[in-house]
Design a protein. Structure first.
Length: 214
């Protein structure tokens, strides 16, 4: 894996111990993925000094890379398995994509901003992440050609969960998504039973960039 600039493995160890594990994320696989994926490879050069701080960072185009704890929490909620097919809405920097890809069979990731998708592709290639397919499109429509998905994970917040994402969730699948108006978003875990019935629960209050229509 490309560790440039610098190793920074010690910073990742501290990030996991102090920001993630101490706050209740307990999945050994998720914690290991967070230790391995170099967050500094996914932030702007001007933000490098804060790459392992407990905060979101700007990535351009009015978008952000989520704080490490939220990335870990959302990944754990998705309960990834090596055989899973995952859909990500909002590729952004590609960091969440890389973490998820470390834990599942393949990630299909949609980004509405072409330049962000192109930059993410380069970053994922640089760290050797091969099991990802990117697309520039409106994430609200999902990716029906590759559905159903065991996991759907959104890094942007609609006011209401798009029906297409629920329809493309496989029986037994998990949808992790922030939803609601900007002042009152909740991180939601929605699960589809084998018979198709949906259940949902609010996990925590969050603040994400809105899911852009296009």
């Amino acid at each position: 894996m490309d560790e440039r600039p610098g190793g920074r493995a010690g910073e990742r160890e501290r990030m996991v111990a102090e920001q993630i594990e101490s706050r209740g994320v307990g999945s050994a696989a998720v914690l290991q993925a967070m230790r391995e994926i170099p967050r500094h490879a996914f932030v702007l050069e001007s933000e490098q000094r804060w790459a392992y701080d407990d905060c979101p960072l700007p990535i351009g185009h009015h978008q952000t890379i989520s704080q490490p704890y939220i990335v870990a929490l959302m990944t754990e909620l998705a309960r990834p398995r090596a055989s899973d097919l995952a859909l990500e809405i909002g590729t952004g920097s590609g960091y969440q994509t890389a973490v998820l890809a470390r834990l599942v069979g393949h990630v299909y990731s949609i980004e509405i901003v072409e330049e962000l998708s192109r930059q993410a592709a380069g970053r994922l290639e640089a760290i050797g992440c091969r099991n990802v397919t990117l697309r520039v499109a409106d994430g609200r429509a999902g990716w029906p050609e590759h559905a159903p998905f065991d996991i759907v994970l959104s890094a942007a917040a609609p006011e209401q969960v798009p029906r297409a994402l629920l329809d493309q969730l496989a029986p037994g699948g998990r949808l992790v998504i922030p939803a609601g108006p900007a002042h009152a978003q909740e991180l939601m875990l929605m699960e589809k039973a084998e018979d198709g019935r949906l259940s949902s629960r609010a996990v925590t209050a969050v603040r994400f960039v809105p899911l852009v229509e296009g």
